[in-house]
Design a protein around this ligand. Structure first.
Ligand code: PBG
Length: 325
């Protein structure tokens, strides 16, 4: 019996043999944990559709930050939930806005954390769209001005990375120009380059309270059927000077993650979104799946597909699982 078939099982013989040939690893440095900060006092409120995920007011955020730092997580992405919303999302770029205050607080008290600011208007506009509205349309170029203003206010508050998620055309160029002009040429842009119009964002809209009040986001977020369009989106953000490219959601788009990773020499971020979290949580709470194994398997899958970094609501759990190993 020589060379008639191959003995793949030789390399699976023992724990140590499997460890020796393991191709993909998940590290704590790969994890980015999302936080929702709500304007107000003394709030710690569980998001109904996301068990284990809370909205915090700034005065109680230290409990969460202590835990994150204790677990060895190094990066967070922050979403503001403001009290006041208006047509133009004024609270998104207010100097004393909830997210600006949050960023300043974290940088002062937890300087070791990398703070990534989500740059969008949807939580801050009364209509819930990611840009300015005129007669039912989301205006592209008019929105860019406000988005650049938002990014600059976040950088001014101390954000380490600006992460625009609004999907207007030209947002990387506009934000880059705005940051440079304001003296923030060293602040990188993590572009939500490839963002699909996805049903997997459902629970997030509970958490961040930014649902569109009419219509949907299909005129600016991408059609899930499209692959070439993802390449065009990533290409333009690359050309406009993005420092990181993101693909969002992750699980239904692993092919896109691989494709973007192979084509563009930038760090690639996968956003393992709210719906992907809630589905696993719901199944685990019912005892239908083994949560720990499933979580690690899917995070490894995202890394194997080409993600360097993963934004995930499971970051704290994954950090604990990594410690247990
Ligand atoms: C804001 C934004 C959304 C998410 C991140 N930033 C919602 C949306 O575009 O509808 C979704 C994240 C998640 O579902 O976890 N534009």
């Amino acid at each position: 019996m020589n060379n008639i078939f191959q003995r793949h099982r030789r390399l699976r013989n023992s724990d140590s043999m499997r460890a020796l040939v393991r191709e993909t690893a998940l590290h704590k440095e790969d994890l980015i944990y999302p936080l929702f900060i709500i304007e107000g006092k003394d709030v710690k409120k569980e998001v109904p559709s996301m068990p284990g995920i809370y909205q915090y007011s700034l005065d109680r955020l230290d409990e969460e930050l202590d835990e994150i730092v204790g677990l060895g997580i190094q990066s967070i992405i922050v979403f503001g939930v403001p009290k006041d919303k208006d047509e133009k999302g004024t609270s998104a770029y207010a100097e004393e806005g909830v997210i600006q205050q949050t960023i300043a607080f974290v940088k002062e008290n937890y300087p070791q954390l990398t703070v990534i600011a989500d740059t969008c208007l949807c939580q801050y506009t009364d209509h819930g769209h990611c840009g300015v509205i005129h007669e039912g349309d989301v205006l592209n170029d008019e929105s860019l001005t406000l988005l650049a203003q938002t990014a600059v206010s976040q950088a001014k508050a101390g954000a380490d990375i600006i992460a625009p998620s609004n999907m207007m055309d030209g947002f990387v160029a506009a934000i880059r120009a705005g940051l440079d002009e304001a003296g923030y040429q060293d602040i990188p842009i993590m572009s939500y380059a490839v963002k699909y119009a996805s049903a997997f964002y459902g629970p997030f809209r509970d958490a961040a309270q930014g649902s569109p009040q009419f219509g949907d986001r299909k005129t600016y977020q991408m059609d899930p059927s499209n692959r070439l369009e993802a390449i065009r989106e990533a290409q333009s953000d690359y050309d406009e000077g993005a420092d990181f490219l993101m693909v969002k959601p992750a699980l239904a788009y692993l092919d896109i993650i691989r494709e973007i990773k192979d084509r563009f020499p930038l760090p690639l971020v996968a956003y393992n979104v709210s719906g992907e979290y809630s589905m696993i949580k719901a199944a685990a709470l019912n005892g239908w799946v083994d949560e720990k194994s499933i979580v690690m398997e899917k995070l490894i899958g995202m890394k194997r597909a080409g993600s360097d970094l993963i934004i995930t609501y499971f970051a704290k759990d994954a950090a604990r699982y990594i410690d247990e190993r």
